[in-house]
Design a protein around this ligand. Structure first.
Ligand SMILES: Cc1ncc(COP(=O)(O)O)c(C=O)c1O
Length: 428
């Protein structure tokens, strides 16, 4: 007779835990049957999933390759060293730490390494497109440090370096953060670095959203002009959920100590192995084509939306995302999310700069193309999706029309499957 322990090791998930097995299947179906336009989501490869679900999850490995506190680290050392070497090559970095569990952990580790509580931090305003970790009061970054923010111009919605220089000269920040969650344009990292040099500030770029674009060389790489660069490995990069930090050699020891033991314990070795796989995938011509297509799709989506009288913040995009001001469409962010959900289109609400409404029901939505591009879609589909979105809003009170739109969405989902024959997945 099998012992319970043996059963735990040997039986498949649907036998051990049918509820969770069914939930995973349903989530897989949701991903398959919805057009997902959430700018920070993507569809990882079969190889990345395999590494994530591997036996490396069993291993404790506090420390760094060759300097661990536990025995038995030969193979996890190899996995982490591969990840580090590949990451450094891909992003042309002097030093890489691949252990942060997330983008937030990466940012916190930088602050812990380089700032003292009460030091001055200058980052982009959350309500103008910055991230919580750039000094918002809701985050530890805005409580332990004296945080100041810059925003975008009220007319153009663009970041203006002259304005940032003025603020930086006045407050003399210890650290300046560039990077955003919902800014659709390129950021002048070199211009920021010149301001930081002038005010004696450390210059950090948080490229969480654009990591994949940077890896493929289709977006400026901030590693050469910033002291520190943080990134996420999910989002455009299309790797496992996680963070990483690049820095100049002079900051390497402080950064490594801040990640471990400063902020984290044992690294997630299965995730680090999956990061290594994603770095390898990113170092290929097909990945460059993929990232170029993300941009082409975002531009096509933007152009089609503009043609349908949507008001795009900054008038367009240079990245994977568009930010839409919905006020002329007489629909709120919440209503837009709910309506599109009815026709199986998944998006997120978003504040727009100088939003007259609050964050709970903002005036905007954010759309991104990484996930649909992974499914093999092209500008022709983006154009069609823009009209489906427009029609959903215009026909919001006509259930029959909404049913027809949903049917078309279902057809598109079948034509461009998430898990069968998608550009990176084989047939999971
Ligand atoms: C600019 C930026 N930095 C950091 C993060 C945080 O990443 P994570 O969700 O992995 O903590 C995000 C996530 O949305 C982001 O947009």
């Amino acid at each position: 007779m099998k012992t319970i322990e043996m059963a735990m090791v040997g039986e498949p998930l649907n036998v051990i835990d049918p509820e969770i097995a069914a939930t995973l299947e349903e989530e897989k179906r949701r991903q398959q049957e919805n057009l997902i336009l959430i700018a920070s989501e993507n569809l990882v490869s079969r190889a990345v999933l395999e590494a994530q679900g591997s036996v490396l999850t069993n291993k404790y490995a506090e420390g760094y390759p060759g300097r661990r506190y536990y025995g038995g680290c030969t193979y996890v050392d190899r996995a982490e060293q591969l990840a580090i070497d590949r990451a450094k090559k891909l992003f042309c970095a002097e030093h890489a730490n691949v252990q942060p569990h997330s983008g937030t952990s990466a940012n916190m580790a930088v602050y812990l390494a380089l700032l003292k509580p009460g030091d001055r931090l200058l980052g982009m305003d959350l309500s103008h497109g910055g991230h919580l970790t750039h000094g918002s009061r809701a985050s530890i970054s805005g409580r332990y440090y004296k945080s100041y923010s810059y925003g975008v111009n009220r007319d153009t919605y663009l970041i203006e370096l002259d304005e940032i220089r003025k603020i930086a000269r006045e407050i003399k920040p210890h650290l300046i953060v560039a990077g955003a969650s919902s800014y659709p344009r390129r950021i002048d990292f070199v211009g920021f670095s010149e301001i930081a040099a002038e005010t004696g500030s450390i210059f950090m770029v948080d490229m969480a959203h654009t990591t994949g674009l940077v890896a493929a060389g289709v977006h400026p790489n901030p590693v050469s002009c910033a002291d520190i660069v943080t990134a996420t490995t999910h989002k455009t990069f299309r790797g496992p959920r996680g963070g990483m930090i690049f820095c100049r050699e002079k900051y390497a020891s402080a950064i490594d100590k801040a990640v471990f033991p400063g902020l984290q314990g044992g690294p997630l070795m299965h995730i680090i192995a999956a990061k290594a796989v994603a770095f390898k995938e990113a170092d290929t011509p097909s990945y460059k084509n993929y990232q170029e297509m993300i941009l082409a799709n975002a531009r096509a989506l933007a152009d089609a939306l503009i043609g349908l009288d949507f008001n795009l913040v900054t008038g367009g995009t240079d990245t994977h995302l568009v930010l839409i001001d919905l006020r002329n469409k007489k629909i709120s962010g919440n209503e837009a999310v709910e309506l599109l959900e009815k026709v199986n289109i998944t998006i997120n609400k978003n504040v727009i700069p100088y939003d007259p409404s609050g964050a709970n029901d903002p005036s905007g939505i954010r759309l991104g193309t990484p996930m649909l591009t992974s499914r093999g879609m092209h500008p022709a589909q983006m154009k069609e999706i823009a009209s489906l979105i427009n029609e959903t809003f215009e026909q919001r009170n006509d259930e029959n029309r909404l049913a027809i739109i949903k049917q078309r969405v279902n057809e598109l989902c079948r034509e461009f499957p998430a898990y069968k024959n998608s550009v990176n997945n084989g047939d999971i």
